[in-house]
Design a protein. Structure first.
Length: 204
């Protein structure tokens, strides 16, 4: 592979959030090779907090493990990533480290859902979810608010709403999905993230 011209590989499959089996990608080896090249090229001896390649690798690696069927290893890695960014924030109080906590936290929620760890899913969601319009959420062991996360607060809102709706559909809790419409802001009621869950709920 030409390291000068290679681009980040993006798997051409549905999102990990979809209800489906966790199976290996046929081109997983190529993806892993690119991850190694990216690490050597852009991560070694570089600052970690603002390193986009490191952030990408932290998010991609547990997905690779999950596709290999190594769900326990994937979960353990996600816990380690969450602890890493939490510790980094406590050391330097750089808000970027809090933003970096969003993806692994949401990915852990997704993994819990896909592996039927419902108690763990609900426990993590109860701290992370902001769909009840509270002004705070918990990422790792750290409480965050809209002021701290800035525009990323909306990303966290949409992600937690998405995961909550998918969980309700998975558990056939259609009334719960419909009830959310009463609590979420009008802005989100017309978005695909809600409409895609509302349709099957109404059809039940």
């Amino acid at each position: 592979m030409n390291t000068a011209t290679c681009n980040y590989y993006k798997p051409k499959l549905k999102r990990l959030t979809e209800k489906r089996d966790l199976i290996s990608l046929p081109n997983l080896e190529d993806w892993c090779e690119e991850m190694c090249l990216a690490f050597d090229r852009n991560v070694i001896n570089q600052s970690s907090s603002s390193n986009k390649t490191l952030h990408w690798l932290f998010n991609a690696y547990p997905l690779v493990l999950a596709y290999q069927g190594k769900t326990q290893e994937s979960e353990l890695f996600l816990h380690r990533v969450i602890a890493y960014w939490s510790d980094k924030f406590l050391q330097d109080e750089n808000n970027q480290n809090l933003i970096n906590l969003i993806d692994p936290t949401i990915n852990l929620l997704r993994l819990y859902k896909l592996t039927n760890q419902h108690s763990a899913f609900k426990k993590l969601m109860s701290g992370t979810a902001i769909i009840d319009n509270t002004s705070k959420a918990k990422l790792g062991s750290i409480s965050v608010n809209k002021e701290i996360l800035g525009e990323k607060w909306n990303s966290l809102y949409v992600a937690t709403l998405d995961e909550t709706l998918k969980y309700y559909l998975l558990k056939s809790k259609y009334n719960e999905a419909l009830k959310l419409k009463e609590t979420i802001p009008q802005y989100y009621r017309g978005k695909n993230v809600y409409i895609e869950a509302e349709i099957p709920s109404l059809s039940d």
